[in-house]
Design a protein around this ligand. Structure first.
Ligand SMILES: Nc1ncnc2c1ncn2[C@@H]1O[C@H](COP(=O)(O)OP(=O)(O)OP(=O)(O)O)[C@@H](O)[C@H]1O
Length: 561
């Protein structure tokens, strides 16, 4: 007798009700994440069968009842899990990482933005077809009034990501004074943001302002005068000047949204940073409804720490890898030997053919002027922009470059962040960037909004201290890097800060014969050596046997001359 026979004998007369499978979850085979959930009506067994099935416990509870309830709960949970999996998959595909509670799902299209139709129309008028990853996640969060810290690559549409929710939240002009404040590190970037705000809020009649002349601003923005304005875009310095007047020259009491663009730059302390000003501005925005959103292409722990401690319900969004270069830019590191080598390398690039517009970064305004003086005589359509030029000159230069009247623009760190020149094909780091973060922003002026671009970084032996970190960025972007660069020893933190604070001293940018570049005793020595060489050459020529030159050689010589 086998097991089956034993079972048959023992269970003779016993009834086993047919198993009713009440709920089915079907998953499509082709795509494991596209899950179709089909819920069939749940059939409850009649009381008789229920009695047959259940074991009555001492306290009167039936295990069968609990089992079915659990089944329903399980199904709902499964449904939720599957939906969450789909959202996670969509985030993965778009390289979106979020940290925070109850984060709404990313929007797939502009129509998913829960905003008024006119804003969507304006987005489409700008030529945007679908939201970029940062827009997909930041917009729904800000529309819910959540405070965010967003980190997304250069040229990935962060500006529209914060402008859309602001425009939607402010509805229309209300004559209540500034209700949104956008802080940018440079005036060029502030102007650009003001322009984009105008485009995206077209038809709403907002007054979007930028502080230009301080004297005029003192009368313009006083608590009575500023009523007609809605949005203020500015740099911290000018705003702080107005705030420090007695009585303050501007009121920020009604600010509901405070946007800090290029957050890591504005959080930098020290001479070049804005940390102190930022504290004063935060104090002045004392509206209870005030919310903060921070955006940048690069992330620093200082900013993250501040946000965690000061922003309630914070959500952190990261697109791609933190502090990575945009993947639309092809990167190259070029050893040029010395300062003279840089000029030769640039002229070589011109000889081979440059395709404008081109941006060239140097480390100081003096060097920007020196390089300009050199290139202007090479017949290149060039201009320079730096802080020593007047505001009018700066504005004109930027306009000319945008309109294609200038092909090569020499600039300092001033233009490294945020500025959006359409179609920059090539960025040349003539002087090595002071940090990996600066490198990411500088090269991010090319390859914006999905276009391709190139970045060439010149380096000499003076630049080895920062070479390692920048070589790593290239490697992470998939560019080829010689192994020795990656093997350079990391500097201790204290030394790294020193290097970043002061750029190396460099020889003047000038094409002069070597003699002109030497000073004092070195000049005399050079003359001596030169004279000795001349004598030697004369002597050699005298003793050379005279050759007959054939007529064909004569022709060759005259051609090469
Ligand atoms: N959804 C979109 N589709 C296509 N282009 C877009 C979209 N959103 C923004 N852009 C365009 O992309 C370009 C870069 O956008 P933006 O200046 O906002 O970049 P960013 O992320 O702020 O860069 P950076 O970090 O350098 O400041 C702009 O020309 C902008 O008009």
């Amino acid at each position: 007798m086998d097991t089956y026979d034993i079972f048959k004998k023992l269970s003779r007369g016993a009834k086993f009700p047919k198993k009713t499978n009440t709920v089915q979850v079907q998953a499509k085979q082709e795509n494991p994440f596209e899950v179709k959930i089909e819920t069939k009506p749940v059939k409850f067994a009649n009381s008789q069968t229920q009695q047959d099935n259940s074991i009555t416990l001492l306290n009167g509870l039936s295990t069968e009842k609990r089992g079915k309830k659990r089944k329903i709960v399980d199904v709902e949970q499964k449904k939720k899990n599957l939906e969450q999996e789909q959202i996670n998959h969509y985030r993965n595909v778009n390289n979106i990482t979020v940290v925070g509670r109850h984060v709404p799902e990313p929007c797939k299209s502009f129509n998913d933005f829960n905003v008024d139709e006119d804003i969507i129309e304006n987005l489409k008028t700008c030529g945007f077809e679908e939201p970029t990853p940062i827009q997909k996640q930041a917009v729904p969060l800000m529309l819910e009034g959540r405070q965010i810290l967003a980190c997304a690559p250069t040229g990935s549409g962060k500006t529209a990501a914060f402008l859309v929710p602001i425009i939607d939240a402010l509805k229309g002009p209300q004559r209540q004074g500034f209700r949104a404040l956008i802080l940018c590190p440079t005036r060029e970037l502030a102007k650009q943001t003001q322009r984009e705000c105008g485009r995206l809020s077209e038809g709403r009649g907002f007054r979007v302002h930028i502080i230009s002349k301080i004297k005029k601003a003192l009368t313009q923005y006083n608590p009575n005068g500023s009523q007609k304005y809605d949005i203020l875009v500015t740099t911290p310095n000018r705003l702080c000047y107005l705030l420090k007047q007695d009585p303050p020259g501007i009121s920020l009491r009604n600010v509901e949204w405070l946007i800090i663009d290029e957050a890591d730059k504005l959080f930098e302390s020290g001479v070049r940073g804005f940390r102190e000003q930022l504290n004063d501005i935060l104090k002045a925005c004392d509206n209870q409804k005030r919310k903060i959103a921070m955006f940048s292409a690069t992330y620093t722990p200082v900013v993250a720490k501040w946000c965690v401690h000061n922003m309630k319900g914070l959500v952190r969004i990261t697109i791609g890898h933190r502090n990575a270069a945009t993947d639309s830019v092809e990167q190259e590191l070029l050893f040029v030997g010395n300062e003279q080598g840089k000029l030769l390398a640039f002229r070589d690039l011109v000889r081979k053919g440059l395709s404008p517009p081109v941006l060239i970064f140097v480390q100081s305004k003096e060097r920007a002027q020196q390089l300009f003086n050199e290139l202007i005589y090479d017949g290149i359509n060039v201009d320079a922009i730096h802080s020593d030029r007047t505001q009018l000159q700066r504005d004109n230069t930027v306009r000319s470059f945008r309109e294609g009247r200038i092909w090569v623009l020499i600039c300092t760190e001033l233009m490294a962040r945020g500025v959006d020149f359409k179609g920059v094909n090539l960025v040349i780091n003539y002087d090595f960037p002071p940090s990996a973060i600066s490198y990411v922003h500088r090269i991010g002026r090319a390859g914006r909004a999905g276009r391709k671009g190139k970045a060439i970084t010149f380096f000499t032996s003076d630049d080895t201290t920062n070479l390692r970190s920048i070589a790593h960025i290239l490697k992470e972007s998939g560019c080829e890097v010689p192994p020795y660069m990656l093997a350079i020893k990391k500097l201790p933190k204290s030394k790294r800060k020193k290097v970043q604070a002061g750029a190396p001293k460099r020889e003047e940018i000038i094409t002069k014969p070597l003699y002109d570049r030497l000073k004092g005793g070195k000049r005399e020595k050079f003359r001596e050596i030169n004279n000795r060489l001349k004598e030697k050459r004369k002597h050699l020529n005298k003793n050379k046997p005279k050759k007959k030159i054939s007529s064909s050689t004569k022709e060759d010589l005259s051609e090469s001359e």
